[in-house]
Design a protein around this ligand. Structure first.
Ligand code: SF4
Length: 90
């Protein structure tokens, strides 16, 4: 059976807008950012401000296609685990 998961493919594209956080919270029926399955962490590196997308594996239990689509900068990718492992996973 096919299993799809949400992956952070282009972390450098993240602009910190937190639309993905709001979407995951909306799906979980939660208000605010507390306890979100996705967190956006701000980091100050040598080149200035950058963002790290931190995801709880439980994020794959919600509508990940919607989360991938809502990101304005294309950070996410939906991956098919079966294809990636040449059908070794079921
Ligand atoms: S929606 Fe995309 S750009 Fe916005 S915080 Fe989430 S990953 Fe970053």
């Amino acid at each position: 059976m096919s299993k799809v998961v949400l992956k952070v493919k282009f972390p450098g594209n993240c602009n910190g807008c937190e639309l993905c956080v709001m979407e995951v919270q909306k799906q979980a029926g939660k208000i605010g950012l507390d306890g979100s399955l996705i967190r956006i962490l701000r980091e100050n590196d040598s080149g200035g401000l950058s963002f790290v997308v931190d995801m709880d594996p439980k994020v794959n239990e919600v509508d990940i296609e919607k989360i991938a689509k809502i990101c304005p900068t294309g950070v996410f990718e939906i991956q098919d685990l079966v294809e990636e492992n040449n059908g070794l996973l079921e």
